[in-house]
Write a protein that binds this ligand. Structure first.
Ligand code: UDP
Ligand code: MG
Length: 313
């Protein structure tokens, strides 16, 4: 029978591990799906890993690992994909905001031959207006660049072993899981779900980490910001040509003394453009630098003893 791996990135989720494990086990057993659960503790500062160990001792189908420090959700997802041995993998949040009740439906679609089953949010759940606006902007830009509708996408999805192997074979360290499954292609379908409320604990994203996440994802999928620099350059050249003509005309007519305002404005505008452009270019150079160093995406400090066959790439 086919084995389904459930991958659960967990950061400071001490109170959620046991509940999540129980919920998943009961749903899988009820639908008679062969499964394993892979918890990846992302350098948690509370007893998350101890909870994982406990769950793993009680049920051999549960395994897990702990990072040496916090590497972020992306890293945790990829570590989970590395550790998983299933014929298909489902990634879901530890706080049960991704309703596990629809996993059996995803599984069914997979058995029908779909290689990617995307979980699509029906609504964004309860979020602050600020968060909604920011997320809206980010996904708007991402959708344009990816030429796909990313607005309702999430990390909740099922991937066939073939797709998982493609993702694991990528050499890049700065991954964006949500978009990579689109990028990989394959036969895919969607399944809608209602985002649940987080019952225990609080969201692990700060505004700062969200902004960092957004910028790093935009630059990892597109070079449009770099081309925008060229565009801004062309724009200011046209602008300066117009002003040059005006200045020359004034000079020839002998009325050229005034114009300090123009000079100041020009210096400010051009200076601003140049600094923004340098910043954009600098960001890409930083990304190249990071990738060239070739450091691992995550470091595993320890893992439960039923995790086997894991080879660090
Ligand atoms: N998470 C993680 N590493 C982090 C931040 C979050 O592994 O650095 C996990 C977290 O434990 C949870 C999932 O990612 O399982 C989603 O996080 P959260 O619920 O805080 O985000 P939100 O639902 O608010 O988007
Ligand atoms: Mg959550």
């Amino acid at each position: 029978m086919a084995l389904l791996s459930l991958i659960v990135p967990s950061y400071n989720e001490q109170q959620n591990i046991e509940r999540t494990a129980k919920t998943l086990v009961s749903i899988m057993d009820e639908h008679q799906i062969d499964f394993e659960i892979v918890f990846v503790s992302d350098g948690s500062k509370d007893g998350t890993y101890e909870e994982i160990l406990k769950a793993s001792k009680a049920d051999k189908r549960i395994k897990g690992a702990e990072f040496s420090r916090n590497f972020g959700k992306e890293a945790a997802i990829f570590a989970g994909l590395h550790l998983a041995v299933g014929d298909a993998c489902v990634v879901l949040d530890c706080d049960l905001q991704h309703p596990p009740q629809i996993i059996p439906e995803m599984y069914k679609l997979w058995q029908e031959g779909y290689e990617v089953v995307e979980g699509v949010k029906k609504s964004r759940g309860k979020e602050s207006i600020f968060h909604k606006m920011f997320a809206g902007m980010f996904y708007g830009i991402m959708s344009k660049m990816m030429k796909m509708d990313m607005r309702a996408s999430s990390d909740f999805k099922l991937l066939d072993r073939k797709v998982v192997d493609v993702l694991l074979g990528l050499s890049e360290k700065n991954t964006f899981f949500r978009a990579l499954s689109f990028w990989a292609g394959f036969k895919s379908t969607k399944i809608e779900y209602e985002v649940q409320e987080r019952e225990i604990g609080s969201s692990k994203w700060s505004f700062r980490s969200l902004v960092k996440y957004a910028i790093s994802n935009v630059t990892s999928f597109s070079t449009v910001p770099l081309q925008a620099v060229t565009f801004m350059g062309v724009l200011s050249i046209i602008f300066s040509l117009v002003l040059a003509v005006q200045t020359l005309v004034k000079y020839l007519m002998g009325t050229a003394v005034e114009g300090f305002t123009t000079v100041i404005l020009l210096i400010l505008i051009i200076g601003g453009f140049i600094m923004v452009s340098l910043g954009v270019i600098g960001h890409y150079i930083a990304r190249i630098y990071e990738e060239v160093k070739g450091r691992p995406q995550f470091i595993i400090r320890c893992k439960t003893d039923n995790v086997e066959g894991y080879v660090k790439k």
